[in-house]
Write a protein that binds this ligand. Sequence first.
Ligand SMILES: Cc1cc2nc3c(=O)[nH]c(=O)nc-3n(C[C@H](O)[C@H](O)[C@H](O)COP(=O)(O)O)c2cc1C
Length: 376
Amino acid sequence: MTATRSVTFTGLGFVNPFLLSSAPPTESESNILRAFDAGWAGVVTKTIGLHPVVNVVGAKAKFMRTTPEDAYVSMKKRPGAALHSSWNWELISDKTLDWWLPRIRRIKQAFPDRVLIASIMAGSGNDKELQNWQRLARDCQDAGADGLELNFSCPHMDRRDMGSNIGKDQGLCSVVTEAVKEVATVPVWCKLTPATAEIEVEAAACFRGGADAIVSSNTFPSIPLIDPDTLEFEINVDGLVSSGGLGGPAILPLSLAKMAQMTQALPDKSFSGIGGISDFPQALSYILLGCGTVQVCTAAMLDQAVGPNVIKRLLAGLDAFLERHAADGWTGVESFRGLRRDRIVAQSAIRRPDAAGYHSGFEVAEGYAPQTSSPS
Ligand SMILES: Cc1cc2nc3c(=O)[nH]c(=O)nc-3n(C[C@H](O)[C@H](O)[C@H](O)COP(=O)(O)O)c2cc1C
């Protein structure tokens, strides 16, 4: 059998497993058209809401870099510095739903074989807000969106009933998902915040509400560094800063850990991985943990805004990987998806030079059985 790049995820056909995530690369019609031209199989639009959006004065996103000599992480540009992360405090799209709808329609007409997911966000404090979710869902799907991504993950919302504040509350995750599923005729994905202890709990709550997939991670809550000379935050407005979101290479291992928590707890469910992907090896880690698609933001922002070189590298990497494993009978992503999911185990299950001497950190109390948590 010949190998294929294409995947089916939550019932939708993708020409490859690589998407642009909801962020500046997908904030306009021209960007999304350029992204599809470049080869991305799908995009998730910049999050669309109904409440007024006004961003802070000045830069909404910056990049942190580090140098091999001193490992100093800073937004200051230095020769020879390598990317460490992105940092942003950008809100959701400042364009209205009415601005988005004709654009969704036109994009789908231009690229019927590519997948357009509308990212949406409303509140959760009352019935009117649940109706706002339903209105956003209905209008976007009627305009031609192939799916919906519910933003339960934006880390810098002032409102207690929005963004990551929903993703931190399993009750709200279920209620909002269920409200959207009541009207949805297309697949519904929930994008969760990584800022919870047991993300599999919120993931399970979304699935109970009827979600078709979980997407993770959004950016991690973080603040910029303080400049040692000026004693000012490297991003500030009038000397003030608030918590924002970290993305890019720095969050890759953190995001993988979150993803593993979910794919292990819910191995039969669908997951889309995001965080620190700029090339095939990082995408591969997410797929080996069980993800059916992956999404990219920071790397694309730094590559002509929509990542033409990033998608080229991802596709070349996937092709070469499938070719390398042709003799194993691997014909596509499904052949290796989840293959390393079960390799993450308790410390006590990791081999020791002297197994008899290890008691999982517990003292061996004389007369009592040692308290180990070895798998049965
Ligand atoms: C400037 C900026 C704006 C973003 N806006 C959104 C957004 O509107 N909705 C959303 O779900 N995620 C948003 N994100 C999060 C990204 O989609 C992505 O989850 C995150 O950056 C991690 O991926 P990365 O490591 O590839 O950057 C934004 C990220 C950045 C850097």
